[in-house]
Design a protein. Structure first.
Length: 177
């Protein structure tokens, strides 16, 4: 299989009925375990962003840290974490959002972004879009120019990517399920 997108997509494991009955969980662990598929995944992102002016990668807690930090290294830019609340030691700014089963919050250090910096927002999966939209708002509050929301997997049936795009933020995903 020479197509990197097909290679990555075929390595994603589906775990039925997790975390609850009826859910088809898309597990990226096999992609990360195999050096060929992990490299293909990172290369897909590198080729997409290598000629765009990006100052920072913002990775969403926690799987967005994996791809985001490697991508930042490959693009020779900085990396900043978008964390779940209560995980950062310095002054933070917080953004709340609604999940299908309740509320959650993400936070960043107040000095994580310099106004005007061009930031790529990265996570592993887009489902309902709530986390990405909250992270986008958080980055905007800190003065970032968020150039795109990028994910390994999009679940278009849940309409999260559509909601993200409605905020004016372009979306890129490697594959869809």
């Amino acid at each position: 299989m020479s197509n990197p997108i097909e290679l990555v997509t075929s390595a994603i494991r589906t775990v039925p009925d997790w975390p609850k009955p009826g859910v088809q969980f898309r597990d990226i662990t096999p992609v990360l375990q195999n050096p060929l598929t992990f490299r293909a995944l990172i290369d897909i992102f590198v080729y997409r962003y290598m000629n765009k002016k990006i100052d920072l990668i913002a990775g969403v807690d926690a799987r967005g840290f994996i791809v985001g930090s490697v991508l930042a290294y490959e693009l020779n830019v900085g990396f900043v974490p978008v964390r779940k609340v209560g995980k950062l030691p310095f002054k933070t700014v917080v953004e709340q959002y609604t999940l299908e089963y309740g509320n959650a919050s993400v936070e960043m250090h107040t000095d994580a972004i310099k106004p005007g910096q061009r930031v790529l927002l990265v996570d592993d999966l887009i489902a309902t879009g709530g986390t990405m939209i909250a992270a986008h708002r958080l980055l905007q509050r800190l003065g970032a120019n968020v150039v795109e929301a990028a994910a390994i997997i999009d679940l278009p049936e849940l309409k999260g990517s559509k909601l993200i795009e409605e905020t004016g933020l372009p979306v890129f995903s490697v594959c869809q399920f």
